[in-house]
Design a protein around this ligand. Structure first.
Ligand code: IVH
Length: 677
């Protein structure tokens, strides 16, 4: 070809690429019959991205390129479900299934009822609203009535179509809410945990937690990397698209629209057929490359379903049958005691490796000394272990008849296994705790916590490097990171020039993370990421925060007396003050991300919200308070100066009345800050 193709042909190429990619997505994710290799697929996608970056005006929201994720949100907005998303009643035995069938038949006055039986996917249920065939909103279940708007995250899931296909005879619905389960395939789950282990991040206990954790990310670019998938199992509300008479027809219809429907569902003419089908999958479900925790049994006929209706919690026309957790027996070789970030001593069972539910298990959690005493677990015992939908197995019981002669009851060590310092029993918990400030095991865990992605995001500090830095004495607290020199790093084993440079660059870059992430990274007891953010927003600088009273702290959203006392104790400690000084001298950004201030209209006010707001979400309204110079309180106290009452304000408003605090409506509040219409 000679010369450059002119734009119209580029435009045609772009449209054709989009169509090809969508088709291959469908082949791969929905029909499970890929036609091209992954590199070929990537070539198509890269070409599309290139054309779109040359012509940003051609990018449409449903382009397959948009699956990479759009960027960071401030928070998720609430979405009210038009029809509530209910939950399922569980059964654990065949008898209970037969009893369910009896109830159903009695209610319907029917001799025999047909059921549609599906796998119960162990993930996170979501609702996808399509309008005119396009995905408009995707939401979590939330409390069943209101969920979170996670559209941007769901768009990164490649088996969720951004647009429905109109191949069905019944045609596209004008509006339809598709419901189903987002899940993480086993292979993706294992890969992500391997990565996290390397980075020194806590592991996800099971694919469901990994899915939930991924969907909660505010940055959809992270979600795009997580390789989530989706199965559609039902319809919420629908307008248009023809009549449907059964669950079997519903699934066929969803499939015709291009939604991924699991192929293993089956219509069963009687409860005995249902029982046999459940038994069959109980035997073979572990061969699937995704986790299922049971079966869902639904009355097939939709007219019957409507007749049966629902209780407040769950529909009467369906029920879950949960699989028994798989168990194995193995020898408990010894009990190892690990020391966590806060000094907690956790006993772990080291097992003779044994195959269980698709993986080889060599460790199991024993939780704490009380748990060991309760089960009377001893070193050398033959134990029964189980994975109850968890990847981290538990010791269920000891086979006492197989106990080796002379096995002794286990005693937790009286000293810290890492540093030899004395241990104390935490009065709030059953756990034992090493109190030494210099314990290397704690230091290492604290350093990993400080460096993790959601805290200071120090690239290059994972399990191995953290351990080396602590054991060589180069780092005694996070403050030491910022004075590390290259010559020092080069003394560490397997640390080359390049890794040292990268590590130093990672450390330098982390200086800019801001107050909220620093506060979280410092690992103050009871201060999680959310309260760290609230504290940073309320006080603005580390300097101010370190000097405020416990009372002032409790005025911050989600900070109760226990948290406030813990924060005060942290800042009162001379050791900690030294660390903070080092961080300051290293030039860390110790300020909260600045909110643009709009006015001082709420100067001096401590505002508490109660009831449901109409115009803004709770957090948006709180942000407005801060933007207008006020502070946000969580509960009503003598200090509260203003209560904004939405609908159903309830007990907080009553209390405000008793305390004589001024109560205003949402409208009046908006007017007061000049944000009303
Ligand atoms: S039907 C009333 N079908 O199980 C809810 N649910 O434990 C009826 N689930 O929240 C939903 N696989 O997230 C249905 N094939 C399936 C399912 C399924 C998994 C989930 C769903 C629900 C949870 C209840």
């Amino acid at each position: 070809m000679t010369g450059k193709p002119h734009p119209p042909s580029l435009r045609a190429e772009l449209e054709s690429l989009k169509a090809q990619i969508r088709r291959h997505d469908r082949k791969y994710f929905i029909e499970n019959q890929p036609e091209i290799s992954d590199p070929e697929y990537d070539r198509l996608l890269n070409r599309l991205r290139q054309l779109e970056s040359d012509h940003p005006e051609w990018v449409t929201p449903d382009s397959p390129s948009q699956r990479v994720g759009g960027g960071r949100l401030e928070r998720f907005e609430p979405v009210r479900h038009r029809l509530p998303m209910l939950s399922l009643d569980n059964t654990y035995s065949e008898e209970e299934l037969r009893a369910f069938d009896k109830r159903v038949r009695k209610f319907l006055g029917a001799g025999q009822v047909a059921y549609f039986v599906e796998l119960k996917f162990d993930g996170v249920s979501v609702s996808l609203s399509y309008e005119g065939g396009r995905l408009i909103v995707g939401a979590t279940r939330g409390d069943g009535r209101t969920g979170d708007d996670i559209t941007a995250n769901l768009k990164t899931v490649r088996s969720i179509p951004a647009a429905l296909t109109a191949s069905s005879k019944a045609g596209l619905p004008r509006r339809m809410e598709a419901r189903g389960e987002v899940y993480m395939p086993r292979a993706a789950f294992e890969a992500i945990n391997r990565q996290r282990e390397k980075a020194g991040l806590p592991l996800f206990a099971n694919p469901r937690n990994a899915t939930a954790g991924s969907l909660k990310q505010l940055d959809s670019r992270i979600v795009a990397e997580r390789k989530l998938a989706f199965f559609c199992y039902g319809i919420g509300e629908r307008e248009g698209g023809g009549a449907l008479g059964s669950q079997a027809e519903t699934l066929a219809y969803l499939k015709s629209l291009g939604l991924p429907v699991n192929p293993h569902g089956k219509r069963c003419g009687s409860i005995e057929e249902v029982v046999a089908f459940c038994r069959e999958w109980e035997r073979k479900h572990r061969q699937l490359d995704y986790q299922v925790d049971g079966m869902v049994i639904k009355v097939d006929d939709l007219a019957f379903q409507r007749k049966l209706g629902a209780t407040a919690k769950s529909p009467r026309y369906c029920i879950a049958y949960k699989f028994q957790a798989e168990q194995a027996r193995t020898r408990l070789e010894r009990i190892e005691v690990q020391v966590g970030r806060t000094g907690t001593l956790t006993p772990v069972a080291i097992l003779t490796p044994v195959a269980l539910a698709g993986t080889t298990v060599s460790r199991a959690s024993l939780h704490n000394a009380d748990e060991i005493a309760r089960k009377d677990v001893r070193e050398g015992d033959l134990v029964v272990i189980e994975k109850a939908g968890e990847i981290i197995p538990q010791v269920v019981e000891v086979v006492k008849s197989e106990r080796p002669a002379g096995a002794q009851p286990f005693r937790m060590p009286g000293r810290c296994p890492a540093c030899g310092a004395g241990v104390i029993r935490d009065p709030e918990e059953v756990a034992l705790r090493c109190e030494s400030l210099k314990c290397p095991a704690q230091l290492k865990e604290r350093l990993i916590h400080f460096s993790q992605r959601t805290a200071m995001e120090v690239e290059g500090i994972g399990d191995v490097v953290a351990e080396q830095l602590v054991l060589t004495g180069l780092v005694k607290d996070p403050g030491d990171l910022y004075t590390l020199r290259k010559e020092e790093l080069l003394q560490l084993e397997r640390m080359g020039e390049k890794s040292a440079d990268n590590l130093l660059a990672g450390i330098a870059a982390s200086k800019q993370r801001g107050l909220a992430r620093l506060l979280f990274g410092l690992g103050i007891r009871h201060v999680g990421a959310a309260s760290a953010e609230a504290l940073a927003a309320a006080f603005g600088t580390l300097d101010r925060l370190s000097g405020v009273s416990e009372e002032a702290l409790t005025e911050v959203e989600d900070v109760g007396p226990v948290v406030a006392a813990s924060i005060r104790a942290f800042f009162n400690s001379p050791e900690n003050r030294k660390v903070l000084k080092k961080l300051e001298q290293a030039g860390l950004n110790l300020q909260a991300e600045r909110l643009e201030v709009r006015s001082g209209r709420l100067q001096g006010e401590i505002v508490v919200f109660t009831g449901e707001l109409e115009r803004y979400t709770r957090s948006k309204a709180q942000e407005l308070v801060r933007r207008h110079g006020g502070r946000v309180g969580s509960g009503i106290t003598k200090k509260t100066t203003l209560v904004v009452a939405g609908s159903d304000a309830g007990s907080k408003a009553e209390k405000a009345g008793e305390l004589g605090v001024k109560i205003i409506s949402e409208k009046a509040f908006l007017k007061r800050i000049g944000e009303g219409e």
